[in-house]
Ligand binder design. Structure first.
Ligand code: GLV
Ligand code: MN
Ligand code: MN
Length: 414
């Protein structure tokens, strides 16, 4: 019997309970959109985990869920957690791995008989992926004052349901959404464990790594407006077809990103009237672009915008570009990162724990402006993420739980 069988059993039991929630039988992927029925089920699961462990459960003004061991009002709390919502047809690990590992790490620490010198909390941040309302990290952005209350109130989903309406329908009170500086001021350190969304750990042969930085990233909406007309009777020269300028812009995005060593993706599109035999009147495409530094990202996005305007002109199409969200580069706090590295190195026979940057956004990145934050990554053997094929091996998940437990033990003692 290994000394980590307890952590492994607790992880498994939670994983088994959470796994079916919001899973689409056809695709095998998760559709846990913020405030949807599936999200409500995941939230009920979180609450049951908290209460089952005798933790003080609360929901903050922005709908983020908290489970407290120790006094929630005390200063210098150590907080861990992640999110439970998903992208369309997302994988099982992005978000839930961090939440499940947090509860399992607490179980491990209780098994070790650790006496906590500081309050400890587990959090589930609402709407991290932004799949429903188009803006990522809504829960943490609101709390950190990085999203205006009026702007949040105006967010709507594809069916025209506003964020406050969606919260209300899910049984959460949206009246007080907004900055929560007192709560954040009580947090001494936030550590988010996450599945790696790349293959750096697989290539280095490590189960767990520490985050160094998050690339600056943003989302831009491109509205190409042309003229709806008959697909069979309109001569090619008479058309004002926005699909053409959109298609050329997609290729330009790829080219600009390639030249700059960045990434650019059009992963979502909506077409009006969306008929097979009609030239579209509107093609709306969303660009997601990210780069290692701000100047590179600016160059890429400016290049794509310029190309898009030229293509729009060529086809007699109008173009509006709106930046819907932007997250600047995040460099995780060095002191906390170094402390975590020391804790992890001290707890194993490893000389070094790999430190990795990432192009993925996280609540830890949003909070880093208000609170010392850090992230742990767990190996992903294929690097695939935001897909039903996302995966992490059982042993690596348990290694993540143990690493998180070691970190929480070290941080609550300091
Ligand atoms: C969230 O996972 C993002 O990076 O978009
Ligand atoms: Mn994600
Ligand atoms: Mn995530």
């Amino acid at each position: 019997m290994s000394r980590y069988d307890g952590a492994s059993a607790s992880f498994h039991e939670m994983w088994r309970d959470l796994e079916p929630l919001g899973r689409n039988a056809g695709s095998g992927g998760y559709r846990r959109y913020a405030w949807s029925e599936a999200d409500v089920e995941c939230r009920a699961w979180f609450r049951a985990q908290a209460e089952g462990r005798g933790l003080a459960y609360e929901v903050d003004r922005n709908g983020n869920q908290w489970a407290w061991l120790g006094d929630p009002e005390a200063q210098d709390a150590v907080v861990t957690g992640s999110h439970l919502d998903s992208v369309p047809d997302g994988g099982a690990f992005d978000g839930p791995l961090g939440v499940v590992s947090s509860f399992a790490a607490l179980d491990e620490l209780r098994g070790r008989g650790v006496e906590f010198g500081k309050p400890l909390a587990i959090v589930n941040f609402g709407d991290e992926e932004g799949a429903r309302f188009g803006l990522a990290c809504v829960g943490s952005r609101l709390s950190a004052g990085q999203l205006g209350v009026e702007q949040a109130r105006r967010l709507t989903d594809a069916d025209g349901i506003s964020l406050p309406q969606a919260m209300e329908r899910a049984g959460y009170d949206p009246t007080a959404i907004g900055p929560d500086p007192e709560r954040l001021a009580r947090i001494g350190a936030f550590v988010e464990l996450h599945v790696e969304q790349g293959r750096a750990l697989d290539l280095s042969g490590d189960q767990v790594g520490i985050a160094s930085a998050i690339w600056p990233h943003g989302r831009w909406r491109f509205d190409f407006r042309g003229e709806a007309n008959h697909a069979g009777t309109t001569r090619l020269v008479d058309r004002r077809d926005p699909m053409l300028s959109y298609a050329e812009t997609v290729l330009a995005a790829r080219r600009e990103a390639h030249l700059a060593g960045a990434v650019a993706t059009f992963g979502k599109i909506s077409v009006e009237p969306n008929g097979v035999n009609a030239i579209p009147s509107l093609v709306r495409g969303w660009l997601d672009s990210r780069a290692a530094d701000q100047a590179t990202l600016d160059t890429v996005v400016t290049g794509i915008e310029k190309a898009a305007r030229e293509y729009a002109d060529t086809h007699g199409v109008e173009l509006d570009i709106v930046r819907e969200s932007f997250t600047p580069v995040v460099e995780f706090e060095h002191a906390l990162r170094d402390e975590i590295a020391r804790i992890l190195q001290g707890a194993s026979d490893r000389l070094e724990v790999p430190v990795l940057g990432t192009g993925a956004g996280h609540d830890a990145g949003i909070l880093s402006g208000s609170v010392p934050t850090a992230m742990l990554f767990v190996r992903n053997p294929t690097g695939v993420s935001h897909s039903p094929a996302e995966y992490a091996a059982e042993d690596d998940c348990v290694a993540g739980v143990i690493a998180l437990a070691d970190v929480l033990e070290g941080l609550t003692r300091r």
